[in-house]
Design a protein around this ligand. Structure first.
Ligand code: SF4
Length: 257
C-alpha cells in the first residue's frame, strides 16, 4: 500500500558479486514507467554501494584512496555526462532559488568564455565527432590545463554532492594527492574499476543499453539543452530498466555452441 498522494513504489532486491564479496541490497523503485533521468537516483544509490565494496576491497589489498573531503583538485577536469544526467543537472540548476541559480549560471558563462578563448568550446560542442580516444585524451589535458573549476565546486567541495555525475562518483585516486594539481599518467594513479557505470550510461539513453555512445561535457550543459529541448525521453517500467542496466554489468552468458 502507498500513502495517499504518493506514487506507488516497488522493491527490487539484488545480489551481485564484487570481487570476493557479495553485495546485497534493496532498491525502492517507482512502479510507474520512468525515463532514464528519473531512474538516476536509484542508479546512483546502486553505484555508490558497488563502488564502496570496490574501495573496501582495494583497501584490504593495500591500496589507499587519497581523495578526501575538501580536496577538489580534480574538479577542473572535463566531466562527460550522459544525456540523462545532463537533463537532470540542468533541471537541478533551473529549480534553484534565483540568486543561487544566477551564481551558478554566471560560473557556467565564465567557463564558456575561458573555453572559447582557448579554442576548445566549438571542438567540444559535437562530441559525436570525437570518436578517437587519443583525441579525447588530448582535449582533456588541454581542458584541465586551463585550471577553470567546475561551476559546482565551492570551497574545494562539490556543492551538489548527492547529485554529482556518475563520472565523479567513480574517480578514486590512489597516488599521493599532492600530484593531483599537475597530473600526468606517470604521477596520478586511478583505481581501476571492474565496471565503469558512467560508460554504461553513455549508451543507455534508450533504457536498454543499445544506443551509440552519447555524452555531453558538463561545461556545455545549457548549450546542449538549448539544442535538444524537444527530445522525447524513452519510458520503461523502472524494474525492467534497472534490470537492463544490471545486464550491462554482467551480460548473460551465451549458451555453449
Ligand atoms: S560535479 Fe562536483 S565532483 Fe564533479 S567535477 Fe563538479 S564539483 Fe567536482
Amino acid at each position: 500500500m502507498h500513502e495517499p498522494g504518493q506514487l506507488p513504489r516497488v522493491e527490487a532486491q539484488f545480489r551481485l558479486r564484487v570481487g570476493n564479496r557479495t553485495l546485497e541490497a534493496t532498491l525502492n523503485l517507482p512502479a510507474e514507467p520512468v525515463s532514464v533521468e528519473e531512474l538516476l537516483p536509484a542508479l546512483y544509490a546502486f553505484a555508490d554501494a558497488y563502488l564502496e565494496a570496490v574501495r573496501i576491497q582495494a583497501r584490504e589489498s593495500g591500496l589507499e584512496i587519497s581523495c578526501r573531503p575538501g580536496c577538489g583538485a580534480c574538479c577542473a577536469q572535463l566531466v562527460p555526462l550522459s544525456e540523462a544526467e545532463a537533463l537532470r543537472l540542468a533541471r537541478l540548476v533551473q529549480q534553484m532559488p534565483a540568486p543561487r541559480r544566477d551564481q551558478i549560471l554566471g560560473r557556467f558563462r565564465l567557463l564558456r568564455q575561458k573555453l572559447e578563448d582557448a579554442g576548445l568550446w566549438e571542438r567540444l560542442r559535437d562530441t559525436e565527432a570525437l570518436p578517437d580516444l587519443e583525441v579525447r585524451r588530448r582535449i582533456g589535458i588541454e581542458y584541465f590545463s586551463l585550471g577553470v573549476p567546475c561551476p559546482f565546486l565551492e570551497n574545494q567541495s562539490c556543492s551538489i554532492y548527492p547529485d554529482r555525475p556518475m563520472r565523479c562518483r567513480e574517480y578514486f585516486v590512489t597516488s599521493p594527492a599532492v600530484h593531483c594539481a599537475d597530473p600526468s599518467p606517470e604521477t596520478v594513479k586511478v583505481l581501476p574499476l571492474p565496471v565503469k557505470f558512467s560508460e554504461i550510461l553513455y549508451c543507455f539513453g534508450d533504457g536498454r543499453g543499445f544506443e551509440n555512445t552519447r555524452w555531453v561535457p558538463l561545461s556545455h550543459l545549457f548549450d546542449w539543452l538549448e539544442r535538444n529541448e524537444t527530445r522525447q525521453p524513452v519510458l520503461l517500467p523502472a524494474v525492467e530498466m534497472f534490470r537492463n542496466f544490471l545486464v550491462q554489468i554482467a551480460p548473460p552468458r551465451q549458451p555453449a555452441a
